[in-house]
Design a protein around this ligand. Structure first.
Ligand code: HEC
Length: 141
């Protein structure tokens, strides 16, 4: 009888311990998913990803100094002194649409010596990509 009571006591003790561990796990999980949510709601701009995008797409036409490229695309150095980040964000989303609505965008297209208009780029339809590339443009000074 004494042996049985001891066995029951030990089992209860172990169960209690297991539950405590499980509860702690849940707390950690909860905290981790809350942290994920915060980053999801406020995406941070990733300058390195922005540079990758720039090097693989934008450099087909743009240079990173002040020089106009052979296709007539403006050099993008100091571009954030010429336009706000918001303007650039709308421009890169769709230059074709924006240049019909915004007088600066229209003037920019009209100043192109070859009549080339910057195309609408599929990668620039993703907000995070635009944020990243604009973050990189800020470094061109
Ligand atoms: C096919 C060529 C081409 C590509 C690729 C291209 N652009 Fe352009 N971009 C132009 C041209 C040309 C202009 C000048 C306006 C016009 O004629 O459309 C311009 C203008 C701009 C301007 C305004 C510059 C100023 O000085 O006012 C910004 C900012 C810009 N582009 C950003 C980008 C970014 C960022 C990318 C890459 C995601 C990119 N462009 C890819 C051709 C291109």
């Amino acid at each position: 009888m004494k042996g049985l009571l001891r066995l029951i006591a030990i089992t209860m003790l172990l169960l209690g311990l297991a539950q405590a561990v499980w509860a702690e796990d849940k707390t950690i999980e909860g905290a981790a998913s809350a942290a994920e949510k915060t980053t999801e709601e406020m995406p941070q701009a990733d300058v390195n990803h922005g540079k990758k995008i720039f090097d693989s797409i934008c450099t087909h036409c743009h240079r990173t100094d002040y020089e106009t490229s052979p296709v007539g695309a403006p050099g993008l150095r100091d571009v954030l002194q010429r336009h706000t980040a918001e303007w650039i964000n709308t421009w890169v989303t769709s230059p074709e649409v924006f240049s019909k609505k915004d007088k600066d965008a229209k003037a920019l297209v009209e100043s192109n010596p070859y009549g080339l208009i910057m195309p609408t780029i599929p990668e620039m339809q993703i907000e995070q990509n635009r944020k990243d590339v604009i973050e990189y443009l800020k470094t061109l000074k």
